[in-house]
Design a binder for this molecule. Structure first.
Ligand code: DX5
Length: 208
């Protein structure tokens, strides 16, 4: 099942809420980029308590680009439907612990890998993950160029993980979306291509 997931990267919560409103009638999920200025050299709004006040029509996944996610994971699991942590920000034992905490709270859990990280690092966790997020740009900023070499990684993971959810995030647009789907991704994130478009509905439709 192909899902288009608009990704929201904003500095303050008012903008986050506005961004969700702009897309919530056209998609089932949105992704909130959460950056702490440590794991990546950018900082976004990142206060999970704010989400207690909104009831959005869409499901929300939080993409934690933060240092030591184990310290914040419970707060995020309480307020979103799915949390995605980075392999590069956790030690193996912590990843298993975070997966356990997500399951205990009946929330979905995903593991993200950066462009330079080999996909084999996710293999030990596959049976317990709801998705693997393959970053096709270096995390930290929207509007970057899609790194084509990651298509091989998507294909390789799909060959091993026939029915798993493979999510792609970074530089996706209407010109590379076909190759990304053909490689085997089924959850497609897009930020600037959607939000910089004057007609957001049309932009999302063009990716579908
Ligand atoms: C990068 C973020 C991506 C980014 C996507 O650090 O994780 O979600 O915002 O934006 P585009 O689609 O513009 O690359």
């Amino acid at each position: 099942m192909i899902e288009i997931i608009p990704t929201i990267l904003n500095k303050d919560f008012k903008e986050v809420k506005e961004s969700i409103k702009k897309v919530e009638n056209y998609v089932n999920w949105v992704q909130l980029d959460i950056m702490d200025g440590i794991f990546v050299n950018n900082e976004t709004w990142n206060n999970p308590d704010d989400l207690k006040k909104i009831d959005s029509k869409v499901k929300i996944e939080a993409h934690l680009m933060i240092d030591k996610p184990i310290e914040k994971i419970n707060d995020w699991l309480d307020v979103v439907d799915r949390v995605i942590i980075h392999f590069e920000s956790s030690k193996d034992g912590e990843i298993k612990e975070i997966i356990k905490r997500a399951k205990d709270k009946k929330k979905e859990i995903g593991l993200a890998i950066n462009p330079e990280t080999h996909f084999s690092v996710v293999l030990p966790f596959l049976n317990d993950l709801d998705l693997v997020l393959i970053m096709t740009v270096q995390p930290g900023f929207g509007g970057q160029e899609f790194k084509e070499f990651n298509l091989k990684k998507i294909k390789a993971l799909r060959r091993i993980w026939k029915n798993g959810n493979i999510e792609v995030d970074g530089g996706v647009n209407n010109r590379n979306i076909k190759r990304i789907k053909k490689a085997g991704a089924n959850l497609i994130c897009s930020g600037s291509y959607i939000f910089n478009n004057s007609n957001i509905e049309k932009a999302i439709k063009s990716l579908k």
